[in-house]
Write a protein that binds this ligand. Structure first.
Ligand code: BTN
Length: 254
């Protein structure tokens, strides 16, 4: 797919400031630098390929050329609403996929977007500070558009939009639609945060289920996800009946 370049993006994104790279290390790095230089809210960095894309929990993220979307959006949210930014990303992509007519879209806590239980998109928010001052947040979004995971270690856990759509929209159109959705959600983040939290929570696909959670320390805990609170933390009921609050981690079904 050679649908993604500066010209097609300029026409899809209208007045939105953007930077496009055919190949880049990580769009999040470029966007963080742009934020430090005074980059505007709503500005977006897009790449056709990433050579050192990052995922959550120190993982890598693959963005092969021509087959995926890697983008990083610049935001200046109020400091008290920082925890909502990852929900904004996950909700925005999930809602866009639903509008494309894709069924069985869900969010795996905290912010993996899945179709039929397989990951199609990951979100990596990164906060930029200058001393104690919040400069802004970069909301990194990676979408598998037409990545072939067959015969790879990810075959059972990852998928692409192309597995669910006969006609895949051009990537600039998908980018435009996701960003438009996120603009709507950003308005809620500021003026109606509970609405955004509820819309995110409503799409979570593992509440009530027995899970195992790997913490960022590597420790594994088992239990049942009983709730997520307004900051996005998971409440895990352990076999002894106690409830643990978990802010970061990686869950899998038991
Ligand atoms: C995850 O699920 O672990 C998060 C993956 C986030 C990937 C995106 S692609 C655009 C942006 N640049 C990066 O290096 N990572 C994010």
């Amino acid at each position: 797919m050679m649908d993604l370049d500066t010209i097609s993006l300029a026409s899809a994104l209208g007045n939105r400031p953007f930077r496009f790279y055919p190949s880049v290390g990580s769009t999040n790095d470029i966007a963080m630098t742009w934020l430090r230089e005074g980059g505007p809210s709503g500005g977006v960095v897009v790449a056709d390929e990433q050579t050192s894309g990052r995922g959550r929990l120190q993982r890598t993220w693959q963005t092969p050329p021509g087959r995926a979307i890697a983008m990083s959006l610049l935001l200046h949210p109020p400091i008290q609403n920082l925890p909502l930014v990852m929900m904004l990303g996950a909700w925005g992509v999930a809602a866009t996929l639903e509008q494309m007519g894709i069924q069985r879209v869900g969010i795996k806590w905290p912010n993996d977007i899945q179709i039929d239980g397989k990951k199609v998109c990951g979100i990596l928010p990164e906060i930029v500070w200058e001393g104690n001052n919040l400069v802004g947040v970069v909301l990194g979004i990676g979408i598998n558009v037409d990545v072939d995971f067959r015969d790879t270690p990810l075959a059972q856990t990852a998928t692409s939009l192309s597995a669910f759509l006969d006609d895949i929209p051009p990537r600039p159109t998908i980018i435009r639609d996701v960003l438009a959705q996120i603009d709507l959600g950003y308005n809620d983040l500021i003026y109606a945060p509970h609405k955004l939290v509820d819309a995110w929570r409503a799409r979570l696909n593992m509440l009530g289920k027995p899970l195992q959670v790997m913490l960022s320390t590597g420790q594994i805990i088992v239990g049942r996800a009983v709730a997520v609170d307004d900051e996005g933390a998971l409440r895990l009921e352990k076999p002894d009946g106690s409830v643990q609050r978990i802010l970061f981690g990686d869950i899998s079904n038991l």
